[in-house]
Design a protein around this ligand. Sequence first.
Ligand code: URA
Length: 210
Amino acid sequence: FPGAERWVPAEATLPALREAVQTCRGCDLYRDATQAVMGSGEQDAAVMLLGEQPGDREDLAGEPFVGPAGRLLDRALADAGIDPGDTYVTNAVKHFRFAGRRGKQRIHKSPGRAHVLACQPWLDAELEAVRPRGVVILGGTAGKAVYGPAYKVGEQRGRLLEWPAGGHLARRPEWALATVHPSAVLRSRERDEMYAGFVADLRVAADVLG
Ligand code: URA
Protein backbone atom coordinates (compact mmCIF):
# COMPACT_ATOMS: atom_id res chain seq x y z
CA PHE A 1 0.00 0.00 0.00
CA PRO A 2 1.20 3.54 -0.65
CA GLY A 3 0.24 4.69 2.86
CA ALA A 4 -1.80 7.72 3.91
CA GLU A 5 1.01 10.28 3.91
CA ARG A 6 0.10 12.07 0.69
CA TRP A 7 -3.55 12.55 1.77
CA VAL A 8 -2.72 14.17 5.11
CA PRO A 9 -3.02 17.98 4.83
CA ALA A 10 -0.02 20.09 5.75
CA GLU A 11 -2.08 22.16 8.13
CA ALA A 12 -3.49 19.37 10.18
CA THR A 13 -6.27 20.90 12.24
CA LEU A 14 -8.96 18.45 13.34
CA PRO A 15 -11.58 19.81 10.89
CA ALA A 16 -9.05 19.62 8.03
CA LEU A 17 -8.17 16.04 8.97
CA ARG A 18 -11.83 15.04 9.13
CA GLU A 19 -12.42 16.30 5.65
CA ALA A 20 -9.22 14.98 4.10
CA VAL A 21 -9.49 11.47 5.52
CA GLN A 22 -12.51 10.84 3.29
CA THR A 23 -10.27 11.07 0.25
CA CYS A 24 -7.67 8.61 1.57
CA ARG A 25 -6.62 5.80 -0.73
CA GLY A 26 -3.55 4.88 1.30
CA CYS A 27 -4.64 1.24 1.48
CA ASP A 28 -7.49 -0.79 0.01
CA LEU A 29 -9.94 -0.66 2.92
CA TYR A 30 -11.79 2.38 1.55
CA ARG A 31 -13.29 0.15 -1.14
CA ASP A 32 -15.63 -1.79 1.13
CA ALA A 33 -16.18 0.86 3.78
CA THR A 34 -19.03 3.37 3.85
CA GLN A 35 -16.72 6.18 4.88
CA ALA A 36 -13.59 6.86 6.87
CA VAL A 37 -14.04 7.42 10.59
CA MET A 38 -11.75 10.09 12.03
CA GLY A 39 -11.37 10.46 15.77
CA SER A 40 -13.68 12.70 17.70
CA GLY A 41 -13.49 14.74 20.85
CA GLU A 42 -11.87 17.81 22.24
CA GLN A 43 -9.00 19.53 20.45
CA ASP A 44 -7.37 20.19 23.84
CA ALA A 45 -8.17 16.79 25.35
CA ALA A 46 -5.68 15.62 27.97
CA VAL A 47 -6.09 11.99 27.01
CA MET A 48 -6.41 10.19 23.70
CA LEU A 49 -8.18 6.82 23.66
CA LEU A 50 -6.90 4.60 20.89
CA GLY A 51 -9.01 1.70 19.57
CA GLU A 52 -8.60 -0.64 16.63
CA GLN A 53 -10.86 0.29 13.74
CA PRO A 54 -14.47 1.36 13.22
CA GLY A 55 -17.03 -1.40 13.60
CA ASP A 56 -20.25 -1.83 11.65
CA ARG A 57 -22.07 0.94 13.52
CA GLU A 58 -19.18 3.35 13.37
CA ASP A 59 -18.75 2.76 9.64
CA LEU A 60 -22.37 3.79 9.08
CA ALA A 61 -22.39 6.68 11.56
CA GLY A 62 -18.97 8.09 10.68
CA GLU A 63 -18.09 8.43 14.37
CA PRO A 64 -15.82 6.24 16.51
CA PHE A 65 -17.14 4.08 19.37
CA VAL A 66 -20.85 4.71 18.91
CA GLY A 67 -21.84 1.00 19.05
CA PRO A 68 -21.87 -1.52 21.93
CA ALA A 69 -18.11 -1.27 22.57
CA GLY A 70 -18.46 2.50 22.83
CA ARG A 71 -21.23 2.24 25.37
CA LEU A 72 -19.11 -0.06 27.50
CA LEU A 73 -16.16 2.31 27.15
CA ASP A 74 -18.27 5.29 28.25
CA ARG A 75 -19.45 3.41 31.31
CA ALA A 76 -15.92 2.31 32.20
CA LEU A 77 -14.58 5.86 31.83
CA ALA A 78 -17.30 7.11 34.16
CA ASP A 79 -16.55 4.35 36.69
CA ALA A 80 -12.84 5.16 36.52
CA GLY A 81 -13.46 8.88 36.99
CA ILE A 82 -12.25 10.08 33.59
CA ASP A 83 -14.26 13.02 32.26
CA PRO A 84 -15.39 12.28 28.67
CA GLY A 85 -15.02 16.01 27.99
CA ASP A 86 -11.31 15.55 28.55
CA THR A 87 -10.91 12.79 25.97
CA TYR A 88 -10.33 12.41 22.26
CA VAL A 89 -11.35 8.99 20.91
CA THR A 90 -9.87 7.46 17.78
CA ASN A 91 -8.75 4.25 16.10
CA ALA A 92 -5.45 2.93 14.77
CA VAL A 93 -7.14 2.30 11.41
CA LYS A 94 -9.73 4.71 10.06
CA HIS A 95 -11.67 2.41 7.72
CA PHE A 96 -13.82 -0.61 8.56
CA ARG A 97 -12.39 -3.89 7.27
CA PHE A 98 -15.29 -5.78 5.80
CA ALA A 99 -15.14 -9.56 6.13
CA GLY A 100 -18.63 -10.77 5.25
CA ARG A 101 -22.13 -10.83 6.72
CA ARG A 102 -23.86 -12.59 9.57
CA GLY A 103 -27.57 -12.02 9.06
CA LYS A 104 -28.05 -8.29 8.84
CA GLN A 105 -24.82 -7.50 10.62
CA ARG A 106 -21.69 -6.94 8.62
CA ILE A 107 -18.69 -8.47 10.31
CA HIS A 108 -15.20 -7.13 10.30
CA LYS A 109 -11.83 -8.66 10.85
CA SER A 110 -8.81 -7.10 12.45
CA PRO A 111 -6.76 -4.89 10.19
CA GLY A 112 -3.45 -6.35 9.02
CA ARG A 113 -0.04 -4.92 9.83
CA ALA A 114 0.06 -3.28 6.40
CA HIS A 115 -3.23 -1.46 7.07
CA VAL A 116 -2.00 -0.25 10.45
CA LEU A 117 1.24 1.05 8.95
CA ALA A 118 -0.54 2.66 5.98
CA CYS A 119 -2.88 4.49 8.38
CA GLN A 120 -0.17 5.68 10.81
CA PRO A 121 0.12 9.20 9.27
CA TRP A 122 -3.48 9.93 10.31
CA LEU A 123 -2.75 8.94 13.89
CA ASP A 124 0.42 11.00 13.93
CA ALA A 125 -1.52 13.99 12.59
CA GLU A 126 -4.15 13.56 15.31
CA LEU A 127 -1.43 13.36 17.96
CA GLU A 128 0.04 16.62 16.61
CA ALA A 129 -3.36 18.33 16.54
CA VAL A 130 -4.50 17.23 20.00
CA ARG A 131 -1.16 16.90 21.80
CA PRO A 132 -2.64 14.75 24.55
CA ARG A 133 -0.75 14.32 27.81
CA GLY A 134 -1.42 10.61 27.68
CA VAL A 135 -2.76 7.88 25.41
CA VAL A 136 -4.90 4.97 26.59
CA ILE A 137 -4.23 2.00 24.34
CA LEU A 138 -7.28 -0.23 23.93
CA GLY A 139 -6.33 -3.76 22.93
CA GLY A 140 -3.71 -5.49 20.84
CA THR A 141 -4.09 -3.79 17.48
CA ALA A 142 -3.71 -0.33 19.03
CA GLY A 143 -0.75 -1.58 21.07
CA LYS A 144 0.95 -2.97 17.99
CA ALA A 145 0.33 0.30 16.17
CA VAL A 146 2.31 2.11 18.87
CA TYR A 147 4.87 -0.47 20.06
CA GLY A 148 5.23 -2.84 17.13
CA PRO A 149 4.23 -6.44 16.40
CA ALA A 150 5.69 -7.97 19.57
CA TYR A 151 3.27 -6.04 21.80
CA LYS A 152 1.16 -8.16 24.17
CA VAL A 153 -1.70 -6.61 26.14
CA GLY A 154 -1.31 -9.08 29.02
CA GLU A 155 2.30 -8.07 29.60
CA GLN A 156 1.79 -4.31 29.39
CA ARG A 157 -1.61 -3.56 30.82
CA GLY A 158 -2.36 -1.52 33.90
CA ARG A 159 0.83 0.48 34.20
CA LEU A 160 2.20 3.66 32.74
CA LEU A 161 4.44 3.13 29.73
CA GLU A 162 6.75 5.45 27.93
CA TRP A 163 5.78 6.55 24.47
CA PRO A 164 8.26 4.94 22.06
CA ALA A 165 11.24 7.02 21.03
CA GLY A 166 11.66 8.03 17.41
CA GLY A 167 8.94 9.12 15.04
CA HIS A 168 8.52 12.73 14.09
CA LEU A 169 6.07 14.04 16.66
CA ALA A 170 6.95 17.55 17.79
CA ARG A 171 5.75 16.57 21.23
CA ARG A 172 5.40 13.00 22.39
CA PRO A 173 2.70 12.08 24.90
CA GLU A 174 4.11 11.99 28.45
CA TRP A 175 2.72 8.52 29.08
CA ALA A 176 0.70 5.68 27.66
CA LEU A 177 -1.53 3.28 29.53
CA ALA A 178 -2.26 -0.12 28.06
CA THR A 179 -5.43 -2.03 28.66
CA VAL A 180 -7.84 -4.44 26.99
CA HIS A 181 -10.25 -3.54 24.22
CA PRO A 182 -13.86 -2.94 25.34
CA SER A 183 -15.06 -5.45 22.70
CA ALA A 184 -12.97 -8.12 24.43
CA VAL A 185 -14.83 -7.34 27.66
CA LEU A 186 -18.15 -7.73 25.82
CA ARG A 187 -17.08 -11.09 24.36
CA SER A 188 -15.63 -12.48 27.57
CA ARG A 189 -17.30 -15.28 29.49
CA GLU A 190 -15.97 -13.68 32.67
CA ARG A 191 -17.42 -10.36 31.76
CA ASP A 192 -17.82 -8.85 35.25
CA GLU A 193 -14.30 -9.74 36.24
CA MET A 194 -12.85 -8.46 33.00
CA TYR A 195 -14.85 -5.24 33.25
CA ALA A 196 -13.50 -4.67 36.76
CA GLY A 197 -9.96 -5.16 35.44
CA PHE A 198 -10.61 -2.72 32.62
CA VAL A 199 -11.85 -0.06 35.05
CA ALA A 200 -8.88 -0.72 37.36
CA ASP A 201 -6.50 -0.10 34.44
CA LEU A 202 -8.33 3.10 33.48
CA ARG A 203 -8.01 4.33 37.08
CA VAL A 204 -4.24 4.36 36.63
CA ALA A 205 -4.77 6.91 33.87
CA ALA A 206 -7.36 8.79 35.95
CA ASP A 207 -4.82 9.08 38.80
CA VAL A 208 -2.08 10.53 36.63
CA LEU A 209 -4.57 12.97 35.10
CA GLY A 210 -5.36 14.13 38.64
N1 URA B 1 -14.08 -0.87 18.12
C1 URA B 1 -13.02 -0.05 17.88
O1 URA B 1 -11.88 -0.42 18.02
N2 URA B 1 -13.27 1.17 17.48
C2 URA B 1 -14.49 1.66 17.30
O2 URA B 1 -14.61 2.82 16.92
C3 URA B 1 -15.57 0.80 17.57
C4 URA B 1 -15.34 -0.46 17.98
